[in-house]
Structures are given as C-alpha cells and as structure tokens.
Design a protein around this ligand. Structure first.
Ligand code: FDA
Length: 300
C-alpha cells in the first residue's frame, strides 16, 4: 500500500538527514512556508490579509540529542518573539518529541515551560500536537503539569483512537483541535477503517461543539466541513466557539472561501529545514499529493 510506503519513508532517519542538507526539494515548498522565520512571517501576513489566522509549526522530528531539542526550543522562542513584534495573528503548534520527550521527560517539561511562559507573556496560545500512541500519555501528562500554572495551552484529539471520546471529555475545558489522526496505529488501539474513523471524527466534533470550550475542526474533507456547517446552524453554535483548520498549501480555494463566508479559519503553517517526515506523512494521507511533486520537478 502506498500509505504504508510513505509512512515507512517518513520514519527513515537517513533520508531525513539528507533532506535537511538539500533544502526544500521534492515539491515540499508547496506545503512548507519556508526555511526561516522571515519567510514564514511574510506568509502569515499574506494569510492574515485574507482574514486567516495561523498556527506556526517549527518542523522537527527524530530529536534524540539534548542540543537539538534546545536548538528547537530557542527557535520556537524566536518565532514567538517575531509573532509579537510583527503583531501578526498567529500562535504556535509544537511536538513534544521535538522538545526532548524521547530523551527525558523532565528535560522536555523544562523546555516546554520556557516556551509556554514566554508565550503567556504575549498572550500567545501554544498547541501541543499529538503524535503516535506511545507518546500519548506522556504528552497529556505534560499538558496536565503545565496547566497547573498556565491557561494558554491546548492539544489535539485524534479520532482514530478508541480512547478519543474519553480524552475529549477529560480535556473539554481546553481549546482542542480534533483531527482524524496521521500516524500508523495498530488495531489494538485504533480504528483502521476510514468509515469508522470518519464516524468517530464527526461524533467527537459534535460533542465538543456542544460541550467544550473552543473547537478547531482540522480537516480537508469537504463532506465533514459541510456537515459541521449544517450542525452549527441547527444548534445555533456561535462562530466564536469554533474554527476550521487546514494545512498550508492544501485546498487554498476552500480556505479562502470559508474565511470569506465569515467562519474563523486558521492555517497550519509549517516551516524549517526538517520538512521531510511532515511531507512524507502528507503523501501517505493522499497519494494524489504526488502531483505536487511531479509539477514542481517539471516546472523548475
Ligand atoms: P482525508 O485525508 O481523510 O480526506 C478525506 C477526503 O477529503 C478525500 O477523500 C478528498 O475527497 C478530500 N480531500 C482531502 N484532501 C484534499 C486535497 N488536498 N484536495 C482535494 N480534496 C481533498 N494529525 C495528528 O495525528 N496529530 C496532529 O497533531 C495533527 N494536526 C493537524 C493539524 C491540521 C491543521 C490538520 C489539517 C491536520 C492535522 N493532522 C494531525 C492530520 C490529520 O490527522 C489527518 O491525517 C489529515 O488531516 C488528513 O485527513 P483529512 O481529515 O484532511 O481528510
């Protein structure tokens, strides 16, 4: 299966390091905002001009050395500073593994605390992206620990997990992003059929729209988006209780359309030189994205 092939490639550390050296190639520039903060702020300003807010992800995977996690932390602190200084409408998405979760829990907690504290000073929200099953419990633990002191944090609920509803109810008073789930998970923990995942996704979104604090509905699936539009209308859910989110470079027309219809819309803007794993996961989700690669190769 192509999906398995791309997920496998996304986990290949050799290819990951090679990709870092050679810049944005293979079509990745269509879905990655740039390799530095300056380019990224420019992209954010363009999106803001269309009424679209942004969540910025400083790409990073396979962080097993403290100095790499510290470098990632410093880079995220610079992004927070740049968001503040440029007065743009943006917040941060980060992955605990990039900040050292696979090295040492306390070390990761310290890195995250530095980031959340700085963002809190500027009233900037920090989203903890959710990764694979093994990192789920430690990531929630980090969130629990930091929420004793800070409120500017939230996380992601992945609909493919059987436990998703339970997590959703536990964290209902957080700003939550609900997604289908991007990693390869076994049938011990997660639904495998697209139909089951889609059904659970809708169930979770509806529940959180009715009971939760603020819902980010993160999907490119127009069927689900249309369903949500109908649902919020029927239940008179105010537009300031939810937003739609999509990844940078995907379904641009629909992003602009939703924003122009008056919905809150937030684009997930990844940047940096560690784009390889992110890009391979996007190919796994939708092999048609290979068209992007082919186009980039032939239009150079
Ligand atoms: P899916 O890929 O299931 O597609 C459904 C249908 O939508 C397709 O059949 C097609 O009709 C249409 N469609 C989809 N993409 C299209 C395109 N580009 N052009 C035209 N039609 C298209 N995952 C995770 O595990 N942890 C996380 O923290 C996050 N964070 C996150 C943030 C944001 C903003 C987004 C959008 C997604 C994530 N994800 C994630 C990824 C998520 O879990 C999921 O893997 C992808 O969004 C793909 O699923 P979709 O719901 O987009 O539709």
């Amino acid at each position: 299966m192509l999906k398995d092939l791309f997920i496998g490639l996304s986990q290949n550390q050799l290819l990951n390091s090679a990709a870092k050296k050679y810049g944005l190639k293979l079509g990745a520039q269509s879905v990655v905002a740039g390799t530095n903060i300056e380019e990224t702020i420019k992209t954010i300003k363009e999106l803001n001009a269309h009424g679209i807010s942004c969540t910025v992800d400083n790409l990073g995977e396979f962080v097993y050395k403290e100095e790499e996690a510290t470098a990632a932390k410093n880079q995220i602190l610079e992004v927070i500073q740049a968001i503040h200084e440029n007065g743009v409408n943006a917040h941060i998405s980060l992955k605990p593994s990039q900040l050292g979760l696979d090295i040492d829990y306390e070390f990761c907690l310290g890195n995250l605390k530095g980031i959340v504290e700085k963002a809190n000073e500027y009233n900037i929200f920090i989203n903890f992206d959710m990764e694979d099953h093994n990192r789920l419990d430690p990531s929630f633990k980090l969130l629990d620990e930091l929420s004793k002191q800070y409120v500017n944090i939230g996380t992601v609920i992945q609909a493919y997990f059987f436990r998703a509803q339970e997590d959703l109810e536990k964290y209902k008073n957080y700003r939550l992003r609900i997604v289908k789930g991007a990693y390869k998970e076994t049938e011990e923990y997660a639904y495998q059929d697209k139909k089951d995942i889609d059904e659970n996704f809708i169930k979770l979104i509806e529940w959180h729209l009715l009971n939760g604090k603020f819902t980010s509905i993160a999907t490119h699936d127009h069927v689900i988006i249309n369903h949500v539009k109908q649902f919020v209308k029927e239940h008179a859910i105010p537009t300031d209780k939810f937003e739609f989110q999509m990844l940078y470079g995907f379904r641009k027309d629909m992003q602009l359309q939703l924003a122009s219809e008056g919905y809150n819309f937030c684009t997930y803007v990844p940047f940096g030189d560690d784009w390889y794993g992110y890009f391979m996961r996007r190919l796994a989700e939708r092999p048609q994205n290979l068209n992007l690669v082919v186009k980039q190769v032939f239009t150079k």
